[in-house]
Design a protein around this ligand. Structure first.
Ligand code: NAG
Ligand code: NAG
Ligand code: NAG
Ligand code: NAG
Length: 358
């Protein structure tokens, strides 16, 4: 799974200590990020097309204990002949204020060298006090064989060391060393990114042949497995469920829902949904809309969503606002169309805001 970011809006993460029992949640609009461009052959987050306009009916407000990700971090990556990967952390700039009341941020930088997510893989800089522009000039080192580097991914994150032991996520950068120019050892600025919301979905589509191929109809099967790292709206975790429509059909009858999975940021739904009656060609006009909600007795709160379609902006010749799929959302729909009768699988980042359907 490649780390891909697209449209998200404000909010972030809380970490219980610096120990990754991530209570986290996140999102932030990449388009509003200012700054520096890294010019390296690394896997950088895709730019996203959606504008920053907040059209969303689905509100993002009310996150628990989060700050908005902003700012950037400067570091260099090098491989030394003695078999060490060295991350030279120079400084950060324009970090979020973690404690607005005291106008205080005590930032430190933490790295992991994935796929090892254990404590052994953790490195940290010192903590700088009362500054959104900390200067570290510290190197974090990993013993690693050169030939293993292409399998490694650097996860670098910035945290606020909170006095109550609740460290706050301030942003992250992820770099895959699959394609990396090891000759480039210069310090480079990277924009800090919010965490990603993921949603794993499995799709199956099959055309049931009845009365010749001209007349066949098919079914779309959606098998929704799980969501990951949902935004934390309440201290005890969210009670989430997923709603599914195959647009343009918005009738209540065609809406399907998973059960509510309680008190977790990483719900497993394992829920299969079937929509039938699609004639040849109709699937290209349709869009599968999945939205994740926090269940509340008063009003459910939007946590994230996906629209899977060809993203053409129109359906049956009419312009529609919901055919706005992008990148991976389009790819999975194309793959599904190209592979009838077999599952195509996707693990896609949730959008944290969606334009409402008119
Ligand atoms: C990177 O590490 C941080 C801190 O452990 C974690 O919260 C975050 O989810 C990781 N990011 C990715 C993309 O795995
Ligand atoms: C990135 O590097 C390429 C080739 O080295 C160069 O042509 C291009 O202008 C650079 N872009 C930026 C934004 O620095
Ligand atoms: C970080 O926070 C802890 C409390 O959670 C505190 O004991 C420690 O002194 C802080 N570290 C620094 C360098 O301020
Ligand atoms: C197509 O289906 C309809 C009803 O579903 C049926 O009446 C018709 O005979 C079928 N045509 C062919 C060519 O099989």
């Amino acid at each position: 799974f490649l780390f891909i970011l697209f449209s998200m809006s404000q909010d972030e993460g809380v970490d219980s200590d610096d120990d990754d029992t991530s209570l986290s949640s996140y999102g932030s609009d990449l388009s509003s990020r200012k700054g520096y461009s890294a010019n390296l052959s690394v896997f950088l987050p895709l730019p996203h097309k959606r504008t920053g306009s907040l059209l969303s009916v689905y509100s993002d407000a009310g996150d628990f204990g989060n700050v908005e990700v902003q700012g950037s971090v400067e570091f260099a990556v090098m491989y030394s002949p003695v078999g060490e990967l060295i991350i030279m952390i120079e400084q950060c700039q324009d970090l979020a204020i973690a404690d607005p009341r005291k106008q205080r941020t005590d930032p430190y930088v933490k790295t992991y060298l994935y796929p090892d997510k254990s404590r052994r893989s953790k490195r940290k800089t010192s903590i700088k006090k009362w500054t959104a522009n900390p200067v570290y000039v510290e190197s974090l080192r990993y013993k690693v064989k050169r030939e293993e580097l292409p399998d490694k991914t650097l996860n670098l994150s910035v945290w606020h060391n909170d006095s109550r032991g609740r460290n706050l996520f301030l942003g992250q950068v992820e770099i895959s060393f699959k394609i990396w120019d090891w000759g480039h050892e210069a310090l480079t600025w990277y924009n800090l990114q919010p965490k990603v919301h993921c949603l794993k979905c499995f799709f199956k589509m099959c055309y049931l042949i009845s009365g010749g191929s001209k007349n066949s109809t098919g079914e779309i099967h959606v098998w929704l497995r799980e969501a990951k790292e949902l935004r934390r709206l309440k201290p005890q975790g969210v009670d989430s469920f997923v709603k599914c429509y195959i647009l343009p059909d918005t009738r209540k009858k065609s809406r399907q829902k998973t059960r509510i999975v309680k008190k977790t940021q990483d719900p497993v739904y394992n829920h299969a949904m079937v929509y039938d009656g699609f004639k040849t060609g109709e699937v290209s006009e349709a869009c599968c809309e999945l939205t994740v909600w926090d269940h509340n007795t008063l009003a459910n709160q939007f946590l994230g969503g996906l629209r899977l379609s060809l993203g053409t902006g129109q359906s049956y010749g009419k312009k529609v606002d919901w055919m706005d799929s992008m990148d991976e959302e389009i790819q999975i729909w194309k793959r599904m169309l190209a592979n009838p009768n077999s599952w195509v699988e996707g693990e896609l980042p949730l959008r944290s805001s969606m334009t409402p359907r008119k």
